[in-house]
Design a protein around this ligand. Structure first.
Ligand SMILES: [Zn+2]
Length: 114
């Protein structure tokens, strides 16, 4: 699995709350830490860039009724031939008011979940 494929599989694991998989595929994430109660519902993933051991993505979510975006550049490291999630650098990115709403309604964000 490439870092990009691993990143996508980890997003899918977040959607189904598969803390065991997430912990196994990361260097520093314990099941206890990952499984903290939260109201987050993941809506959509966009992979923006992937090269070497770096994957940049936006993951859209709804938390307590508010729709937001997590924009991160993740670093993956190889351990015994397998890629693991190392850490990530976060960007302060907002959802543009005119972009398609991440909830998938087909309407502009400003006319939907903003
Ligand atoms: Zn919406």
């Amino acid at each position: 699995m490439s870092p990009k494929e691993l990143m996508i599989s980890r997003y899918e694991a977040f959607v189904r709350k598969d803390w065991e998989y997430l912990s196994q595929t990361a260097l520093h994430q314990s099941i206890e830490e990952l499984s903290q109660p939260s109201n987050i519902e993941w809506l959509k993933l966009e992979v923006l860039d992937a090269y070497d051991n770096i994957v940049e993505f936006k993951a859209y979510y709804r938390e307590s009724g508010i729709v937001g975006v997590l924009h991160e550049r993740s670093t993956f490291l190889q351990v015994n031939g397998e890629w693991k999630y190392g850490d990530g650098e976060l960007f302060k990115t907002k959802i543009e008011r005119n972009e398609p709403c991440p909830c998938g309604s087909g309407r502009k964000f400003k006319r939907c979940c903003a």
